[in-house]
Design a binder for this molecule. Structure first.
Ligand code: ADP
Ligand code: MG
Ligand code: ZN
Length: 627
């Protein structure tokens, strides 16, 4: 997003403040020059000899490298007797003995002299100049390191570089500029309301969330949403990116955090927004932690302590965005810090159409264009991609030389962008989409059919995280501490639902079930080895497992085998029996409710997301089958 003031910052840096350095140098150069030009007038050796021979030299100071003389050197007719100090050229390479002899013969007084520039000149050349040069190089280097984006001057690196979007900001963004994402908007409206009338909440004694973390895939509109919150609340909005804190000098990040909060407190009520929080908030001591991230750690610690230190009643709300919540340090997510998380899901069919419509406001769209059709053609695309589609289409229309964007331009734009997105592996083709829909419908159908399985809350074929193509979200009815063997069995069965459905509908299976199978195998093995749930092997555990920890953060476990080879075989057999049994069960359910499966898959394919009410409606169409 274009930030209006960053360009200006750059200009001032290269404009006025570089000009300052230049003036500074010119000034010293001038001082240097004027002092050196006040010295004796230099004359050539010949000239000097001539002066000596013509008797005009009064006295000579003989130095190591050059000599100075007082001579009647005045203007010939007006002031012939004026005595002036002159200086010869260097003595090096000159016949010194001859000159000395001549001076003595002519009885010109000669005194020795140590040639030393004045203390001032010495100070200037040996101290000020080098220091000045080093200083200049240093600031230049710093400005390069920072990409020239700093405007704080040479001593400003501890200053935060937050961009401030003020009330007067012309590019104000509001919730109206954010399409889809209604759930997230609803949650953030509360924050806005608090910033607008804090008194209402404070008088009730309500505790306002201190930090709001926006979580979502890249391009789902996190930055946009944060700006919309600021626009709606009409308060100053400090925004900067996590990477802005990190500098090559240790301690700079921490100083910037301190400064940022200082500024924010002075401008309260306001919003502080840290984009790409993962740049500083990565977990310390996690896997792959080298202990060498001093700077990041210090910055993070400072952030944590600032968050604890400020009081929300002061009206400063911290917002942050990340697309990798899983790498964030647990300390950041603790109550009192980022205690509210708002998930920005990738848009479904309806959402995509809404986003397209929003972005088409700015372009000339031909009447016959069906944005619903465009939405249907762009599964897996997020808001940023769709904005791009519209823009590309406008460009395509311009290339064709027409005045309105037509369907063919949009088609072309989609094709063009999908080529690039294919690599990102979130965009599915028709056939793939159908398979994913069937797979997820399989999970859903089993979960709906087994009374002990957690109820299905929502099922979607919109990729929510990198690597996953769809998800069936089940919500446990209440907080679970114990799980029975039967329930675990049902869970296994649900996990196999995806593959069983694929097999049934396509007669072939795909790699899409990999994660399901891994989880199922692990669950089955745990049931046998950890929980003693196998009839064959009885209630005992197998294997000693030790958790590996570094600074209290688990990063793996070691398994130690404490059983015989024969038992190992028995375990494998038991696991296989359990897995096979549940898979067979899943297929059986699938076979007996094939129509429901197909129905769910078809609706899912069309709508991409099905909520509980949709599922209930579908089940209602098959009363005889209802579980
Ligand atoms: P993120 O910060 O999540 O990576 P951005 O907020 O930078 O994504 O989104 C990039 C652009 O995509 C936005 O400037 C906007 O034009 C468009 N966009 C993303 N989501 C939406 C949305 N829900 N509604 C409208 N435009 C969106
Ligand atoms: Mg962003
Ligand atoms: Zn699955």
């Amino acid at each position: 997003m274009a930030t209006p003031d960053s360009a200006q910052n750059k200009k001032t840096y290269f404009g006025s403040s570089w000009l300052n350095y230049l003036l500074f140098f010119v000034f010293w150069f001038w001082v240097f020059q004027s002092f050196s030009s006040q010295g004796p007038r230099p004359v050539t050796y010949n000239e000097f000899l001539g002066l000596v021979e013509s008797g005009r030299v009064q006295s000579v100071q003989w130095g190591d490298t050059q000599l100075e003389a007082q001579a009647k050197f005045g203007i010939p007719f007006r002031d012939p007797d004026k005595v002036e100090t002159v200086m010869t050229t260097q003595l090096a390479g000159v016949d010194e003995t001859f000159l000395m002899k001549r001076l003595l013969e002519l009885k010109i007084p000669v005194t020795g002299k140590i040639d030393k520039p004045s203390w001032f000149m010495q100070f200037l050349t040996s101290w000020l100049l080098p220091i000045g040069i080093i200083f200049l190089l240093y600031t230049w280097f710093l400005s390069r390191v920072r990409g020239g984006a700093a405007s704080a001057g040479p001593f400003g690196f501890g200053k935060s570089r937050a961009k401030l979007h003020d009330k007067e900001d012309k590019e104000k963004v509001t919730f109206g500029d954010v399409a889809a994402l209604d759930e997230a908007k609803g949650e953030l409206e509360e924050v806005v309301d608090f910033l607008k009338n804090p008194r209402k909440y404070l008088s009730l004694g309500a505790r306002i969330p201190r930090g709001v973390l926006l979580v979502g895939l890249p391009g789902t509109g996190k930055t946009l949403m944060a700006r919309a919150v600021a626009g709606e609340a009409d308060v100053p909005f400090f925004s900067l990116s996590g990477s802005d804190f990190i500098e090559m000098f240790v301690g700079v990040g921490a100083a910037r955090v301190r400064d940022l909060f200082e500024q924010a407190k002075n401008r309260a009520p306001c919003i502080v927004f840290i984009d790409e929080l993962d740049a500083i908030g990565q977990s310390r001591g996690g896997p792959g932690y080298s202990g060498a991230h001093d700077e990041r750690d210090q910055t993070l610690n400072q952030l944590l302590s600032e968050m604890d230190g400020f009081d929300t009643s002061g009206g400063v709300i911290l917002m942050a965005a990340t697309n990798r919540p899983e790498v964030l340090d647990a300390a950041l997510l603790r109550p009192g810090r980022f205690d509210r998380q708002v998930v920005l899901d990738p848009p479904d069919l309806v959402g995509r159409e809404a986003i397209l419509k929003l972005h088409c406001r700015k372009i000339q769209l031909a009447d016959q264009v069906d944005l619903g059709m465009v939405a249907r053609r762009t599964p897996g695309m997020v808001g940023a991609d769709l904005a791009n589609v519209v823009n590309e289409a406008a460009l395509a229309a311009a290339r064709r030389g027409v005045s309105q964007v037509e369907s063919q331009d949009l088609e072309e734009a989609i094709d063009r962008l999908q080529l690039g997105l294919k690599k990102r592996s979130t965009v599915m083709g028709e056939e793939e989409k159908r398979r994913v829909a069937t797979h997820e419908a399989g999970h859903t159908l089993i979960a709906l059919s087994l009374p002990k399985a957690d109820p299905v809350h929502r099922v979607t074929i919109i990729p929510r995280s990198i690597g996953a193509l769809g998800a069936t979200l089940q919500l446990p009815t209440n907080e679970r501490h114990l799980i029975t063997k039967e329930e675990l069995g049902d869970r296994l069965c649900v996990m196999f639902g995806g593959r069983a459905a694929e097999e049934m509908a396509f007669g072939d299976v795909s790699t899409g079930a990999r994660n399901d199978l891994e989880r199922a195998t692990e669950t089955a093995r745990q049931m046998v080895c950890r929980y003693g749930m196998s009839d064959q092997l009885g209630p005992q555990t197998f294997g000693l497992s030790t958790e590996l920890k570094y600074l209290n953060t688990p990063f793996g476990r070691t398994e130690e085998r404490n059983f015989s080879e024969k038992t190992a075989q028995a375990i494998d057999e038991e696991v296989k029996k359990m897995v096979d049994g549940q898979y067979a069960r899943a297929r059986e359910i699938m076979g007996s409710k094939r129509e429901i499966l197909d129905r769910i898959a078809a609706e899912l394919f069309a709508k991409e997301t099905l909520d509980r009410p949709d599922l209930d409606r579908i089940l209602g169409e098959f009363p005889a089958r209802k579980a």
